[in-house]
Design a binder for this molecule. Structure first.
Ligand SMILES: [Zn+2]
Length: 325
């Protein structure tokens, strides 16, 4: 029997409930928690989404999985949180939790005695994901991020086996690109991210990214849905064979372009586009479009993974993510 928070999960169970979280300042929020406990033996998979409450395809797919799957067909247990950042979801606020203005995915593994976001992060990692053998944290581009699908996995520097299994899960998800990240070092950083915090506990975890710019389309929702089912089949929790993506490529280097000033961002490329070394990618100018602050060029042959969709740029904005194969 599995215990999560004050709930006991028994064979054949299928339920969804709201969990209340309070902070010392008197704020209160909640998030939905579900469990499907299979009739057959198997591992525990945790599926989370909505860490960013306006990233809709994963939220839609996660809820659909809960409604579609039955204990009769499942070996092992799925525990899930469709809207981790429910306050953001309900208020349609991108990036942060409106209660304390913090981004959950900068804050993991959190603090049990901290602000609302810190408490949420601590609970999601230590009370929920840590009860699982594997973890998927579904994301998309946020409301101003136009994105081409890829999956991240974290490099655990002292636990090669957790890294190896995480990489396999990222591959099995079936998207066109798979990329590693690390908490320290020169590569793409995942400091504060949910999947990195879980992976550091020795639990394989991935962050697939599909869709964005505030849309939920049938295709992007289906990609998350099928990706999770691929993982369930790979782990032997559902019958069937994962769909293999023969086009899948590993990203060798992932990096982001950043705005050094406020101004106008003129983007010349689209997500999924292959670019060649030296290609003009974007410009950052003043608000009149007169003075050019910076021209961005491709450092190497690469693929564009996401771009900021707005014309307005603020100092410190991530403008674009680039993957070098
Ligand atoms: Zn996100």
């Amino acid at each position: 029997m599995l215990n999560i928070l004050h709930y006991e999960i028994r064979k054949g169970d299928k339920w969804i409930k709201d969990v209340t979280v309070r902070d010392d300042a008197g704020h209160e929020t909640h998030f939905p928690l579900y469990a499907i406990c299979g009739e057959g033996e198997g591992p525990v998979l945790c599926i989370t989404s909505g860490v960013h409450g306006t990233e809709y395809p994963g939220i839609g797919a996660n809820l659909q999985l809960f409604h579609d799957l039955s204990p009769e067909e499942l070996c092992g247990t799925i525990i899930g949180v469709p809207q981790c950042n429910f306050a953001s979801f309900a208020a349609k606020v991108p990036f942060v939790n409106p209660i304390d203005g913090k981004n959950l995915n900068d804050t993991f593994p959190g603090d049990a005695n901290g602000t609302m976001t810190e408490r949420l992060c601590h609970m999601l990692v230590h009370e929920i994901a840590a009860k699982a053998d594997y973890h998927i944290d579904m994301h998309s581009g946020d409301s101003i991020e136009w994105l081409y699908p890829y999956a991240f996995y974290h490099i655990n520097e002292i636990d090669d086996e957790t890294t190896r299994i995480s990489r396999k899960l990222a591959e099995v998800y079936g998207l066109d690109y798979v990329s590693h990240t690390e908490t320290a070092g020169a590569g793409a950083t995942d400091a504060g991210n949910f999947y990195a915090a879980v992976c550091e506990l020795g639990i394989p975890s991935i962050q697939p990214e599909i869709g964005g710019i505030g849309l939920i389309e049938a295709e992007t929702k289906q990609l998350h849905y099928q990706g999770a089912k691929n993982v369930l089949m790979h782990l032997g929790m559902l019958c069937g064979t994962p769909e293999v993506n023969a086009k899948q490529r590993a990203i060798g280097k992932f990096y982001r372009l950043c705005a050094a000033q406020d101004g106008i961002f003129t983007c010349l490329v689209t997500p999924g586009e292959k670019v060649v070394k030296g290609q003009h990618l974007a410009s950052l100018t003043d608000y009149h479009g007169t003075e050019v602050y910076h021209e961005f060029y491709a450092e190497e042959d690469a693929v564009i993974l996401w771009v900021m969709s707005t014309l307005a740029a603020c100092k410190g904005d991530n403008l674009m993510a680039i993957g070098v194969i």
